[in-house]
Design a protein around this ligand. Structure first.
Ligand code: FPP
Ligand code: MG
Length: 459
């Protein structure tokens, strides 16, 4: 049963905490230039004592909510495994995704399903599922489509099947060999009433969009490995890898439409555009792509904007979409969005750091790839501030012999990695404080733990 908070609960009126320095970072209001890394908070607990007036108000709200909720008691240092919290749902994720990707064309079927063979980290679906469960507490604020859709509804075409599967309208008598699998063949998932069928499908859609972007990304980056196996472009060639990615986006779009929620369609379609915009921005290291760029604050602003579009947008908008599908009140929707935005930025900053610090074997993909690809990411951008000689190397995208090693050495001697970690920690902290007014419980603990895991991850 989805737990309901009385409609007049204070939680409906709770403002979302926001920080006030948008002039510095347009995406998350974090200071972009700050003193050297300060000690980071290593442990987060739902029972943390807050000092501010805001925190006092939140604590009051939490107590109100706790009165009507079956809240799991949290004590001290409980180790939470976010994966376990939604393990039942995740068990079916790959199977359902493979069903969504089914094609009657055998080669397309194989290529499209290729990256679903090896288990990915499933970070995005995991976050959507945790967010769905963590926001199930919120009082409902029905939008345009108040009735929640059943499992069958989200598989039901909106258009007539004769139109949808009209591979050749002149031959309507023969069923299309490329049609989607029938509804009956489809969709197993557990009966967990705290996660709606639409939210579960959203989790699958996020993984489809992410995987499609990886298929394209590996072509752009000439990657030879992915998830400790040959990349799709290596295995099937660039053309098939690109087309498989396109096909995946097509199937993701169909599934998205069948959620029958225009606001959610708009959000996730925007994510697809954002991924392309971010990838485009990444082709240049600075806004005007000068030959001899000088470091400026604009360098970091540009990098963070690219990072948001390429990596955080999918997480922020899908967390927001999960709350919208749950018919949550606006304050909860904003909190989910803010959590996703900040966690997404932390995630990519750590990714950029690992590219300098972890071996390819441990990562399951080529390490040190960013510099080889000519990319100036956070560790180098921070190092560049105190090592202006890096500008020339950035300008020529580390293309001359010895450039990559020189850049790597300068980064190693600088505080670039430390500063990257500190900035990631700030975002992770912000993600946690965004959801601080959610009532204590397993799913909220899981979301907080994701922030800890993102900071600790080695792959
Ligand atoms: C991985 O980056 C790639 C992304 C996060 C997004 C890539 C986006 C595109 C290629 C645009 C096209 C988008 C769609 C939806 C088809 P990375 O190279 O930093 O990470 P990696 O080391 O895992 O390859
Ligand atoms: Mg790549």
């Amino acid at each position: 049963m989805r737990v309901r908070v009385p409609p007049n609960s204070a939680i409906l009126q709770a403002p979302v905490p926001t920080s006030a320095a948008p002039a510095i970072c347009p995406w998350c209001s974090t200071r972009l230039l700050y003193p050297r890394a300060r000690p980071s908070r290593r442990h987060f607990s739902s029972t943390r004592i807050h000092a501010s007036a805001w925190a006092a108000a939140v604590s009051k709200i939490q107590n109100t909510v706790a009165d009507v909720l079956p809240v799991r008691p949290t004590s001290g240092n409980i180790t939470i495994d976010p994966l376990k919290i939604v393990a039942e749902e995740l068990k079916f994720l790959n199977k359902n995704i493979r069903q969504l990707l089914g094609s009657g064309h055998p080669i397309l079927d194989t290529v499209a399903k290729y990256y679903t063979q090896s288990e990915g980290k499933h970070v995005r679906p995991l976050l959507v599922l945790l967010m769905s469960r963590a926001t199930a507490f919120a009082a409902k604020q029905p939008r345009h489509n108040p009735e929640s859709l059943s499992r069958r509804d989200i598989d039901t075409p909106i258009s007539s099947p004769t139109v949808l599967y009209d591979n050749n309208p002149d031959q309507t008598a023969s069923p299309s060999p490329l049609a989607e699998p029938s509804n009956e063949a489809r969709y197993a998932f557990p009966d967990d009433a705290t996660i709606l069928p639409t939210q579960r499908r959203l989790a699958e859609i996020t993984e489809l969009i992410h995987t499609a972007s990886l298929l394209h990304d590996d072509v752009i980056d000439h990657s030879t490995t992915r998830r400790s196996a040959p990349s799709a472009n290596t295995e099937f060639g660039n053309k098939m890898a690109v087309l498989a990615g396109d096909f995946m986006l097509g199937r993701a779009s169909v599934a998205l439409a069948r959620l029958r929620d225009p606001e959610v369609v708009e959000l996730l379609a925007t994510v697809i555009a954002n991924l392309v915009e971010g990838e485009f921005m990444q082709l240049k290291n600075t806004a005007s792509d000068e030959k001899y760029p000088a470091w400026s604050e604009q360098t970091i602003t540009y990098y963070l904007q690219k990072t948001y579009l390429k990596s955080a947008s999918l997480i922020s908008k899908s967390c927001r979409a999960a709350a919208l599908l749950g018919q949550c009140a606006p304050s909860v929707v904003e909190a989910a969005y803010s959590y996703g935005k900040n966690l997404g930025l932390a995630f990519q900053l750590v990714d950029d750091m690992l590219d300098y610090t972890i071996s390819g074997t441990e990562l399951g993909k080529p390490a040190g790839a960013d510099l080889e690809l000519g990319l100036a990411t956070a560790p180098l951008i921070f190092a560049w501030r105190s090592h202006p000689e890096l500008g020339e190397l950035v300008g020529r995208k580390f293309s001359e012999e010895g450039d990559v090693q020189r850049a790597r050495d300068i980064v190693a001697q600088s505080d670039g990695l430390e500063e990257t970690r500190a900035l990631a920690q700030e975002y992770a902290d912000k993600a946690i404080s965004s959801i601080s007014f959610f009532p204590n419980g397993e799913a909220k603990d899981g979301l907080e733990e994701m922030c800890v895991k993102v900071m600790k991850r080695r792959k």
